[in-house]
Ligand binder design. Structure first.
Ligand code: URA
Length: 299
């Protein structure tokens, strides 16, 4: 039976949802507590708000119970989708069929982002993402380096040159694919992005993926793979297989992407002997996308 919310609790809930929206999170699901029993004995506030769960792990300070991260829900889509999306107000881009317009709305929602500490650690600009908004193939790297920070575009430095060669070797052009990173601001000294930085940025990346709706994705390196898949495994275990990937709240008509993991181009620059292994990963992707193997293999 439907319960009416105490006005004070409703206000608290609205505030919580508003805060989530500010953080770029729009996907919630409702747990069916009536069947879970124990929840009904919790305090009035818990009873009224615990059923609404943000599909992100980026808000620990809110003590959102039973949270499900965007990344976890991405690999286990059925959980988020089987639950009724009840109090979700729409994302700026929802209902916008044109992915160019939708990506623009996500970029606008991101604004001059100050949501994590990277904004005050020397970044020059936000590096949103680049490429074909309807790409069948999407690459996700770690985060911008100095060149990307200066130019506002992912993978434009030395690692970017190698990524371009890899794309070309696949028989594609850079403009055919979409390229983004786990974090959109340069971590100082090219350090790895930290957990809270990844979590804060992740809802926006999820929305970009849900907009582009690629058929296949390639995680470049362990940081991208571990963040997208919420798995903590070495590269040797992560590579060489497919993962199903579908951000929570994405278009039910889109089956989701298949995600492969390969070495980061910066790693390949340091250890070129691994290029052959990376090429095997890309060949797996090409096969799935039905791309004819080009006559000349990767350099
Ligand atoms: N490395 C990354 O992971 N991303 C970039 O955009 C550039 C280098």
């Amino acid at each position: 039976m439907a319960r009416t919310l105490d006005p004070q609790l409703r206000r608290a809930l609205v505030e919580r949802v508003r805060f989530c929206h500010e953080m770029g999170i729009y996907d919630f699901y409702r747990r069916d507590f009536d069947r879970d029993g124990p929840r009904l004995s919790e305090s009035a506030e818990n009873e009224s708000t615990a059923g609404i769960v943000a599909a992100s792990s980026s808000l620990p300070q809110l003590e959102l119970r039973e949270e499900m991260s965007a990344r976890k829900s991405a690999v286990v889509p059925s959980i988020a989708e089987k639950n009724t999306l009840e109090i979700v107000s729409s994302k700026p881009e929802s209902g916008v069929a044109d992915p160019v317009a939708a990506l623009k709305l996500i970029r606008e929602d991101l604004g001059d982002c100050t949501r994590c500490k990277l904004h005050q650690l020397g970044r020059q600009q936000i590096v949103f993402g680049v490429g074909n908004p309807r790409a069948e193939l999407m690459f996700v790297g770690e985060g911008p380096g100095a060149d990307e920070d200066a130019q506002g575009e992912p993978f434009v430095g030395r690692a970017g040159q190698l990524l371009n060669n890899m794309i070309k070797a696949m028989g594609l052009r850079r403009e055919d694919v979409y390229i983004a990173n786990i974090v959109k601001c340069r971590p100082p000294g090219n350090r790895q992005p930290e957990r809270d930085e990844c979590d804060t940025c992740s809802p926006f990346l999820m929305r970009q993926i849900a907009t582009v709706k690629p058929k296949a994705m390639v995680a470049l390196g362990a940081t991208a793979a571990k963040n997208l898949l919420a798995l903590n495994a070495p590269m040797a275990e992560l590579r060489g297989r497919w993962y199903d990937f579908k951000p929570a709240g994405s278009d039910p008509a889109w089956p989701g992407a298949r995600l492969a993991v390969t070495y980061h181009p910066a790693f390949l620059l340091r250890d070129p002997r691994q290029k052959g292994e990376a090429w095997k990963d890309l060949q797996m992707v090409m096969k799935y996308l039905g791309i004819e193997p080009p006559k000349k293999a990767a350099e």
